[in-house]
Design a protein around this ligand. Structure first.
Ligand code: FAD
Ligand code: FO1
Length: 476
């Protein structure tokens, strides 16, 4: 009888194009999967119900996929540090495999488990990015801190082809099944059971099948006009794959191959659009590598001098921003999209992040956390990267980015269709008033829509004044 191999899933909730799972299956024909509902992660105060709900949906399909292979995915609501050594001992498992992660918590967890599993064969792999951090260093052997040179290097590296689904395999014997039941294996709970009820529709249907379907649909059509369409939040101009990428419901090699296929079958006119989407995939990787190389990003600003920024941190302003009641239509529309759906368009993420940091002069970390509490795709690396970019506290602070919310609205929501969709109380107002914010006080009060809580021009000057105080000498 073949040796039992344990494959531990974390954010790779699929069976196809899964580097670690594919390798584990090659090691043995007897293979089971494991997912630990980790109290240390689930008890954090930045958990989003939409995200937990999406994750559980992915796990449901993953369980079914394991059954089709002839095996099973075990679920425990326990710390992996406790349950994995117990499983290894009770089932005499000789090999444990998993895919690596870039997050500080995950890396420390993996280090502790490795230590606890002395004598066990542990095999780890890079799966959630196309290139491991060690593959993309500058000529002088240091990590990149600016995107463009990173991209220029990253795009020249050959990318691996998608991997197939694992071959059918054997799972546990009835006796072994009894053992895992005694150790506390559970049926998959609902998001409500875990304390994260999500009543709304999910922005993307969970699971591998839905993610592959979405990729196919997008690379057949949406990608061909992505270059322009991606900037307009009223259009369905982006792939909507971010939750799938967060939880690994789709493999990166499959994604990349789809872009190559799209380049091969479409006209040369489409190519710049496809390249732009490839660049977004590289932004994701840039932020993953950044977090891996500079784990302290999780704690605060990359730029030292930014750690003492004199923020205003007005709690009432923060509350108004969270609720979408700032009196700035484009800001409020975006925040209501986030609160209602658990997702926000990228253009709007940049606008509301600039508004929070540069207009309300509130610490970007408050916004970072609020996003994590709401986003279905909330991902430490991308979220932290996006916030530091917007706050000018990160690796690439120049030019000092201050978005004018009215100009942004005019440029990217010219018919105010997005504003009308999320602010139905203002629906009947003329487009030019919605975009300029010139809404009469009487109209605001009858529709219960607030006055602007701050003046953009005054606050912009104030931000610049404070920014000058912390600017490093070499920048002045
Ligand atoms: P598409 O435009 O179709 O892009 C395809 C994929 O590329 C995305 O799914 C995503 O994985 C990646 N990607 C695209 N743009 C970026 C980017 N700027 N940075 C990093 N990866 C990118 N993305 C997250 O996945 N999770 C987050 O928590 C997150 N927080 C953000 C916070 C702020 C302040 C900002 C400005 C951006 C943030 N982003 C985050 C990046 C981006 O907004 C989303 O990835 C994108 O809106 C997801 O929609 P999509 O899948 O339709 O993207
Ligand atoms: N990974 C787990 O192994 N167990 C979980 O219970 C779990 C919950 C979870 C919830 C939200 C979220 O955004 C991610 C979640 N993940 C979970 C994945 C997590 O990102 C990885 O485990 C990382 O390696 C942790 O650093």
């Amino acid at each position: 009888m073949a040796d039992l191999v344990l494959f531990w899933h974390r954010r790779d909730l699929r069976i196809s194009d899964n580097v670690g799972l594919n390798a584990a299956r090659n090691l043995s024909s007897k293979l089971i999967g494991l997912f630990c509902l980790d109290p240390q992660i689930l008890d954090r105060d930045d958990m989003a119900p939409a995200r937990v709900s999406y994750m559980l949906g992915c796990l449901q399909e993953l369980q079914a996929s394991y059954q089709q292979l002839g095996s099973e995915l075990l679920i425990f609501y326990q710390s992996p540090l406790v349950i994995i050594p117990k499983l290894v001992e009770a089932l005499e498992i000789k090999t444990v495999c998993w895919n690596l992660d870039v997050e500080p918590y995950g890396r420390e967890r993996d280090r502790s488990i490795t230590e606890a599993l002395q004598g066990v064969n542990i095999q780890t792999y890079w799966d959630q990015i196309l290139h491991a951090p060690s593959e993309i260093y500058s000529g002088s052997g240091t990590p990149y801190t600016v995107y463009t040179p990173f991209w220029k290097n990253w795009i020249t590296k050959p990318k691996a082809a998608p991997l197939p689904k694992p071959q059918p395999c054997q799972g546990l014997t009835p006796q072994e099944r009894e053992v895992v039941t005694k150790l506390g294996a559970i049926d998959l709970p609902t998001a409500e059971d875990l304390g994260f009820p999500w009543q709304g529709e999910l922005f993307l249907s969970p699971g591998e099948t839905a993610a592959l379907g979405k990729l196919q649909e997008f690379t057949r059509q949406g990608i061909l006009t992505y270059g322009d369409d991606r900037n307009y939040p009223a259009l369905a101009g982006t792939s909507c794959l971010s939750p799938a990428l967060k939880f690994g419901a789709i493999g990166l090699r499959t994604l990349w191959q789809a872009t190559l296929d799209a380049l091969a079958i479409n006209s040369t006119e489409a190519a710049p659009n496809i390249h732009t989407w490839q660049q977004e995939i590289a932004w994701r990787e840039f932020y993953h590598h950044a977090l891996y190389n500079f784990p302290s990003l999780e704690q605060g600003a990359y730029r030292q001098q930014f750690q003492n920024f004199p923020w205003e941190n007005n709690e009432a302003h923060f509350q108004a921003w969270c609720e979408g009641r700032t009196g700035y239509p484009i800001i409020d529309a975006a925040m209501r999209q986030l609160n209602t759906t658990g997702w926000m368009h990228n253009r709007c993420r940049m606008i509301v992040a600039s508004f929070l940091t540069k207009d309300l002069i509130i610490n970007w970390q408050w916004g970072e956390k609020y996003f994590m509490q709401k986003l279905i795709d909330g991902d430490l690396a991308a979220n932290n990267g996006g916030w530091q970019w917007s706050a000018s506290s990160g690796m690439d602070p120049k030019p000092l980015r201050i978005f004018n919310p009215y100009t942004q609205g005019k440029n990217y929501d010219p018919e105010a269709a997005y504003i009308r969709c999320w602010l139905p109380e203002l629906k009947s107002l003329p487009t030019k008033d919605l975009l300029s914010g010139n809404i009469l006080p009487l109209v605001r009060s009858t529709r219960n829509y607030p006055q602007p809580i701050v003046d953009h021009h005054t606050q912009q000057q104030e931000f610049k004044r404070r920014y000058a105080l912390i600017k490093a000498p070499q920048e002045s």
